[in-house]
Ligand binder design. Structure first.
Ligand code: 13P
Length: 249
């Protein structure tokens, strides 16, 4: 059985006291689904979040990391630094990192390698832009993002990889991919994995959908057979909305 996962990407939101109050709200809500739950606060709040969520079943994950172990990379954070504060999972390849910080497929391949070498789990994000979707190139774009950053890996590495399909045109826009568009793309992603690594690997990897998921549309999106959960932005900043999405499974 593939894991069902709902992860909240808080992006560059919430200072320390806002992070602590959101966490205390989250801890009050009862989880009624089997989904694994994760939240990704900003770097400065990771340690406090790990401590605050220690005895809960909400995992704290990071939004990014550098590929080097340490050294002269001003402003960057390494895998071992994340691990030292109790973080075991990292989001890599978010479209905002690609668009605003020039993260390339090559750089992401190195980041994935560094995370896996440090026994971390990776939530690897990718997705097409609106122009790709309009020109009918969306599958090609997604296939090349996955191949370029991940297909140098051994099959066993996929035990520690979660994929997150996030069409750029649906992020923060209020426009969601239809459940059918999400399912079609997720099935395509699974087929791409299967062609390279076989059915067993392809069927074991969780593929999350991200892009304007909210309480009102989560259930329909999550009901699709190849959608194994969601990566949630805006709606993850409100505890009741986030848990309505978690409990949509
Ligand atoms: P929104 O849910 O705000 O569209 O953001 C999605 C996202 O980018 C999660 O990583």
């Amino acid at each position: 059985m593939r894991k069902q996962i709902v992860a909240g990407n808080w992006k560059m939101n919430n200072d320390l006291s806002q992070t602590e109050s959101l966490i205390s709200e989250l801890k009050k809500i009862k989880k009624t689904s089997h989904a694994e739950v994760m939240v990704a606060p900003t770097f400065t709040n990771l340690l406090n979040a790990v401590v605050a969520l220690k005895s809960s079943d909400i995992e704290v994950v990071a939004q990014n990391m550098h590929f080097a172990e340490n050294g002269a990379y001003t402003g960057e954070i390494s895998a071992s630094m994340l691990k030292s504060v109790g973080v075991k999972t990292v989001i890599l390849g978010h479209s905002e990192r690609r668009a605003y910080f020039n993260e390339t497929d090559d750089m992401l391949a190195k980041k994935v390698d560094a995370a896996l070498a440090n026994s971390m789990r990776v939530i690897f994000c990718f997705g097409e832009e609106l122009a790709d979707r309009k020109s009918g190139n969306h599958e090609q774009v997604v296939e090349s993002q996955i191949k370029n950053a991940l297909f140098h890996l051994e099959a066993s590495a996929f035990q520690n990889i979660v994929l997150a399909y996030e069409p750029v045109w649906a992020i923060g826009t209020g426009e969601t991919a239809s459940p059918e568009q999400a399912q079609d793309m997720h099935a395509f992603i699974r087929k791409t994995l299967s062609n390279k690594y076989g059915n067993t690997v392809a069927n074991s990897v969780s593929i999350l959908y991200g892009g304007s998921v909210k309480p009102s549309n989560a259930q329909e999106i999550f009901s699709k057979p190849d959608v194994d959960g969601g990566l949630i932005g805006g709606a993850a900043l409100k505890a009741t909305d986030f848990f309505a999405i978690v409990n949509a499974f």
